[in-house]
Design a binder for this molecule. Structure first.
Ligand SMILES: NC(=O)c1ccc[n+]([C@@H]2O[C@H](COP(=O)([O-])OP(=O)(O)OC[C@H]3O[C@@H](n4cnc5c(N)ncnc54)[C@H](OP(=O)(O)O)[C@@H]3O)[C@@H](O)[C@H]2O)c1
Length: 293
């Protein structure tokens, strides 16, 4: 797997990372997470992106990586969910980092994101400074923000973060010329979340979950053509090789889907004509479609 600089942070990240949002629920057990993580490391998919809110994802990743932590990059998200502390306060962020260190069984986190708070929280609650203190204490290598819209724009320009995470896919192109381009110009790393656009081609009818329904609507409206490529390949080659994107995250609990994603990313950028067609589909229907948080 190709390694790339994460902006100017000094970290080198694989072009594909594992989004660990799908490994925290009851439908998955530790043994299957161990297998998934082992397969990921074998494939060179060495960046794992989790969050406080992904069920047992942090705990399971921590167990799966025992004895092989050195080969991995751990990314998580904080800001809420610490007993006895108000969400979106400085103390909650600092205690959240400590709790994530314990759950992930490590003494340093490679990336910690403030998880999708709004601009007013970024500006006025002390959470940015608290994350900075955790970084200064050596607990966090790169302070980051994950989110969309004006909070993302603020984060990119604030000087407080080494990286940002936002939605980038064929159905999430809003930030490519916006925050992603600005981040690139300013030396910030970019993690592309939802790189498969939540795989809308899977559904034979409009799914009820709001974020999946939105992906479905966009996919239908864009009328993309995949030619001889499978949809996951088209989506992943588009997102992982978009200018400014350092690492594309695929959310999966399936080792086979992960291996297919790795093959797709390693096949390189889409042919220029096809990438241009994906971009050209956006401006009409995409006007007014914001980044999907
Ligand atoms: N606010 C935030 O910070 C935020 C929000 C969203 C996402 N994220 C990050 O981005 C990661 C990815 O996002 P996501 O999981 O929402 O969306 P995604 O990666 O775009 O889509 C995930 C879905 O695609 C399916 N899938 C994967 N490979 C497939 C394949 N080859 N064929 C058919 N289906 C396939 C997965 O099911 P299977 O398990 O069956 O493969 C899963 O249901 C998350 O895990 C998280 O790390 C962050």
């Amino acid at each position: 797997m190709q390694l790339r600089p994460l902006g100017a942070t000094g970290l080198r990240v694989p072009a594909l990372g594992l989004g660990a949002g799908r490994i925290g629920g009851p439908e998955v057990d530790q043994a299957s997470v161990d297998r998934l993580v082992g397969r990921a490391l074998d494939l060179g998919v060495t960046l794992f992106d989790t969050a406080r809110s992904y069920g047992l994802s942090e705990e399971r990743l921590g167990r799966a990586l025992q004895g092989r932590r050195e080969g991995a990059l751990l990314s998580t998200k904080v800001g809420y969910g610490v007993e006895g502390l108000a969400d979106w306060t400085g103390p909650c962020v600092e205690a959240g980092v400590d709790a994530a260190l314990r759950r992930l069984r490590t003494d340093r986190l490679d990336l910690v994101h403030l998880h999708s708070c709004g601009r007013e929280v970024l500006e006025g609650s002390g959470v940015v400074e608290a994350l900075g203190r955790a970084a200064a204490a050596g607990k966090v290598r790169v302070a980051a923000y994950s989110g969309e819209g004006e909070a993302l724009s603020w984060a990119v320009r604030s000087g407080a973060f080494g990286a940002v995470q936002c939605s980038v896919s064929a159905v999430d192109q809003e930030e490519l010329d916006g925050a992603v381009a600005t981040a690139r110009a300013r030396g910030l790393g970019v993690l592309a979340k939802r790189a498969l656009g939540n795989a809308p081609w899977r559904f034979s009818s409009r799914p009820p979950e709001p974020d999946l329904a939105e992906a479905w609507d966009r996919f239908a409206a864009l009328g993309l053509e995949r030619g001889e490529l499978e949809w996951p390949e088209l989506f992943l080659r588009f997102a992982a090789h978009a200018p400014g994107v350092c690492v594309a995250l695929v959310g999966t609990a399936s080792p086979d889907h992960l291996a297919a994603a790795a093959r797709a990313v390693e096949a390189g950028p889409l042919e220029a004509v096809r990438a241009a067609a994906v971009r050209a589909a956006w401006p009409g229907p995409g006007a007014g479609w914001g980044g999907r948080v």
